[in-house]
Structure formats: C-alpha cells, structure tokens
Design a protein around this ligand. Structure first.
Ligand SMILES: *Cc1c(COP(=O)(O)O)cnc(C)c1O
Length: 399
C-alpha cells in the first residue's frame, strides 16, 4: 500500500523521487498536473468552511494548487525544512520573504557578491519603503558581526558566490543571526539541496531560483522559500494576497526536475572540477576561481560544508577584455548567455554583462576584472567543452 509515513528514513535520492505526491483516486503513477484556477464544493456549507479556513482544501490556485503543493512538499523534504512556499520566480521568492518578514526601519545585512537583481531589489525597491541594506564581504565573519545593528532583521547570503566562488561560513552566520534576533536566509541556487543543506547548518530560510538547477534544463522560471512553519506563514500570506504564485505547469516541470537532481549535480560537479584543473594549468589563464581546487583559500570550509563544489567557475585570461572576448568568440558550442543551471554549458563576460552596471571602482572591489570569464559547466561531454574553450585559449597563449 502507498505509504510515505517512513519519509524520515528516506535518503535525499529517494525523497527527490517519492516525496510530496499524494496520489488521487485515479491511481496515477506519475505526478499529475491540475491546470485549474478554482475548485468546486458539494454544498454552500463546505464552500464556507473551505473559504473560512476551518476545513483544509483547495480554494483558488493563487494559493492552493495540488501540483504546486507537490513541488513544495518535495522541495521542503529535500531541504529538511518544515514548509515550502513556491513563487513565480527566484526574485519573487526574495521579495515575498522581505515583504513578509520586514517593516520600515528594519535593516538587512547582505554579502557584497549577490545576484545583481537582488541588489537592485534591496536598494531601489525595499529602500523606497525605509528598509536599508548594508553590504559586507561574504567570507569575513567579523565584518558581518560589525555590520549588525539593533534594527537588523535579516542576514542574506549567496554561497558559493558568483562568479568568484567565495564561500560563507553558514554555521558562523547562523550563530550571529541567533544572537542578534535576525533571520539568516541563504540563496541556495548554486548548490541545491543535493550539495548543501543550509537549514541543517543553522539557517532559518532557504531561497531558490528554481529556474536554475531545480529544473536543470532551462525550461521554466520559478522560485521557492523553505523554512519553519510559522516564518513561512508570513511568506505564504504575501504570495496569497499579493499574487506572485507559481503556475501548476511550471511546478510540474520542477517536480520532475527534482527527480534527477542528485545525479545531475554529481555530473555537473565532475565536469566542472575536471575543467577547473585543466584551466588552472593552461598558459593563457592567470587564475581560476573554483572552491573545488585545493589552492582555493576556502577549499577546506567548502569541503566540510558542501557535498560538492558546484559547476559555476570563473577564470581570468591574459590580455584583459580583448583576451576574454577572443576566447568567448572562438567557442563554437558553448552558449554565450548569462543564464546558468542548465544541461547546456554557458559562457559569460561578467564585466560587460551581468556586472556591467557597476562602476569601475565597484568592479575592482568585487574582483570583476576585464579578463574574467564565467563558465556554468553543463552536462555535455567534458572533452567537447574543453576542446571548445581550447580554440581561443591556445591562440591567446601563442600570441
Ligand atoms: C537567477 C538567480 C536569482 C533570480 O531568480 P529568477 O528565477 O531569475 O527570478 C536569484 N539568485 C540567484 C543566485 C540566481 O542565480
């Protein structure tokens, strides 16, 4: 008989395939999609109870949809959280968290190397409503400690960082958060629960852009927040009322994506480590930024805190911007795009794209040099990825 009451005993690989699906009376094997905006009742009294919340059940797909709930239960199980709220995008996951937990006058302390839109959201939009953000160096715990004040309500970090692979000490930040009565939120987009489980390390909230590795095949935009029941109730309230809800179709794509997450992440990591080692000895490369390399300053912390090193790496080539563009333009297979978390390997010049809006001084402070290239390593054959990069790099080395 179908029974998921033993879920506590299941490993991550099993949860990713079996958690969260409550089979319907149709006895379907695969998870169904419910593309319906509303639900119907047997009587006026039942409708009244469902609308009033006295009886659990589906009301309206802005806040109750069975396909979305399957994805939420499965991701909560993988992250080891009590509850998950799915959202229309990674950005709306961050927005809903902020709207749910913060008020005017509150402060955020965040790492300096954040996804660009997250910085705009904090500064330009939350700033309009009297919520201010201070930025600190991700890996410097005492800088976090100094930046925390009496009004700090949220610590926010992305680890490892993009594109320089710096690593935050999650248990140390969790300790600071607890002492100051603030929430610690970790954007776990780059590693996913297959490689890092922030809640087990002490974080209160995990944020996802499901658009990246949870889908893993570049098909749909979505997001999620995972954490304790009462905290997530505030985030759910925002999604329910303000409306950045996930569509059932996208939720179904992400649910099916989770089934292969562990396998995909292992393969992504293997490809990335092999590529990082090869780049590290290439004469046209000055420096490789990847926490899987023994020479990375936080390799030991990454090894201890993560179950893998991820698949996004940065490397600086000789010849500044001209050299970097030459290497990018010489590729024939890699996709020149800012996206990541896809089976297809992507290549980007951060200084003129993802970080293009920063001033030269800000770029220098963030380590975004003109010769820096970011590769999000996909699942093509490692030899083919390497050969594609070798075209430009070999020419550059010979010049
Ligand atoms: C892409 C991304 C986001 C935003 O997610 P969307 O789904 O594009 O809204 C947030 N954080 C990180 C680290 C990302 O890479």
């Amino acid at each position: 008989m179908h029974d998921d009451s033993h879920q506590d005993e299941w490993s991550l690989e099993t949860l990713a395939i079996r958690a969260g699906h409550h089979r319907t009376f149709e006895q379907e094997h695969a998870e169904p999609i419910f593309p319906t905006s509303s639900f119907v009742y047997e009587s006026a009294a039942e409708a009244a109870r469902k609308f009033g919340g006295q009886e659990p059940g589906n009301v309206y797909s802005r806040f109750t949809n069975p396909t979305v709930h399957t994805f939420e239960r499965r991701l909560a199980a993988l992250e080891g959280g009590e509850r998950c709220v799915a959202t229309s995008s990674g950005m709306s996951a961050i927005l809903s968290t902020a709207l749910g937990l913060l008020s005017a006058g509150d402060e955020i302390v965040a790492s300096r190397s954040l996804f660009g839109s997250t910085v705009s959201l904090f500064d330009k939009y939350l700033g309009k409503f009297g919520i201010t953000t201070r930025y600190v160096e991700l890996s410097n715990v005492s800088a976090w400690e100094q930046a925390i004040g009496p009004n700090t309500k949220l610590l926010f970090a992305e680890t490892p960082s993009n594109p320089l692979s710096e690593v935050a000490d999650i248990p140390a930040l969790a300790e600071l958060a607890k002492r100051s009565g603030a929430f610690l939120a970790i954007d776990n987009c780059f590693l996913t629960p297959a490689l890092q489980r922030p809640i087990a390390l002490g974080a209160d909230l995990v944020i996802h852009s499901a658009t990246k590795y949870l889908d893993g095949q570049g098909r749909a935009v979505g997001g999620a927040v995972v954490g304790k029941h009462d905290v997530l109730e505030e985030v759910f309230g925002v999604v329910r009322t303000c409306g950045p809800c996930l569509s059932p179709f996208n939720a179904w794509i992400f649910t099916k994506g989770l089934e292969t997450l562990s396998l995909r992440m292992k393969a992504h990591c293997e490809n990335a480590l092999t590529l990082a080692r090869w780049l590290d000895q290439h004469p046209a490369v000055n420096k490789v930024y990847y926490s899987g390399l023994e020479t990375h300053p936080q390799h030991a912390l990454a090894k201890h805190q993560q179950q893998g090193f991820g698949a996004v790496l940065g490397f600086e080539v000789k010849g500044g911007q001209t050299g970097a563009w030459q290497v990018i333009d010489a590729t024939k297979m890699l996709s020149i795009t800012g996206n990541l978390g896809d089976v297809k390997t992507t290549i980007t010049h951060p200084a003129t794209t993802t970080h293009g809006r920063l001033s030269d001084a800000q770029k220098e402070a963030a380590g975004i040099t003109p010769g820096l290239i970011r590769v999000a390593v996909g699942l093509e054959s490692q030899a083919d990825i390497q050969r594609d990069l070798a075209c430009g790099l070999d020419t550059l080395a010979a010049s």
